[in-house]
Write a protein that binds this ligand. Sequence first.
Ligand code: 3PG
Length: 395
Amino acid sequence: RTLDDLGDVTGKVALVRVDLNLPMKDGSATDVTRVEAVKPTVLELADKGAKVLLLAHFGRPKGKRYSTMSTSFVQGDVEEVLGKEIMFIPEVMGPVVEQSIGILRNGDIGLLDNVRFWPGEEANDPEFAKGIAAHGDFYVNDAFSAAHRAHASTEGLAHHLPAYAGRAMEAELKALDAALGNPEQPVAAVVGGAKVSTKLDVLENLVGKVQHLIIGGGMANTFLAARGVDVGKSLCEHDLTDTANRIMDQADHAGCTVHLPYDVVVAKEFAANPPSMRICNVHEVASDEMILDVGPQAVEALGDVLKTCRTLVWNGPMGAFETEPFDTATVALAKTAAALTEGGSLTSVAGGGDTVAALAHAGVKDDFTFVSTAGGAFLEWMEGKALPGVAALTA
Ligand code: 3PG
């Protein structure tokens, strides 16, 4: 059920789970994308006359109250994005919440404190969920990025109140369905990042679902080593080469082509524009060199692969993109994907950790069909797992 299924909400109290786990530096948020994502839901409910109570976690306080992890830290950012003043409420249940609801007028917004200050949240304690639910008339979950957690505010509340998916949640689920649930084929997946060990389940799930698996970043080195390539002193999980071979066998059986780079950018030291940097074939990496990016020929070939595809799902950068010029392959491939999306031949969905930063760095974040605000939840979805927060809404 979505907000379209709500009747008249005037004067009703909406408990809205949002993700305000914003990256912070020196006390202020460095990226407010997650607030922008929930803005339509929050303002829609406020405009319809509900009293909107925002419920969120912030950091990992593990059931204890830390003043440095209060959601009051992000109140200013939320107010700025929403363009509205909101009331900070330093509890999640009890008389203070009740009194605050009495003060809020219809259409006003309150921000409850960090729900993870209470151990009942992560324990998904039904009594804790009931205590919060007692203040609301209905529950809206608009925090896809926290939906992989079976916590009271992400899962439990759905069992105590009429539950609805917010607009951001709805958009995420629609985009993810278009990417892997029910995609137009052929489908390509780009999986990058440093370590294979963190993405084994992702790779195993993808080989059965996509026609092209493009592996980049440090992960590719482990796959190259599995194929007998000497990767010099590159980041490589040598103990996982058997696993990498198994995944490549699975891909073969499933009709999925695994694309590994055949030329690479190497250097003897990891620094910006190092003098030792050169481009070479993967079979020519010297023992004192490390692979830091995918080479230009491979990038061009991968662009040609994308041109034959209708759907792309992307997680993780192709190289050490935070240090120039090892962002080159990521930027080039992202631009190709963005251009194909704009041209109408490709549905492109990206998400998870560094990916959003990489696409923003390439200047194409807004040109993809959909960019998820989720980190861990996006990965778990790519692993093919059911997300408890989503399951509770659809039960
Ligand atoms: C995130 O930042 O990915 C979500 O808010 C989930 O946070 P968590 O990993 O602390 O549960």
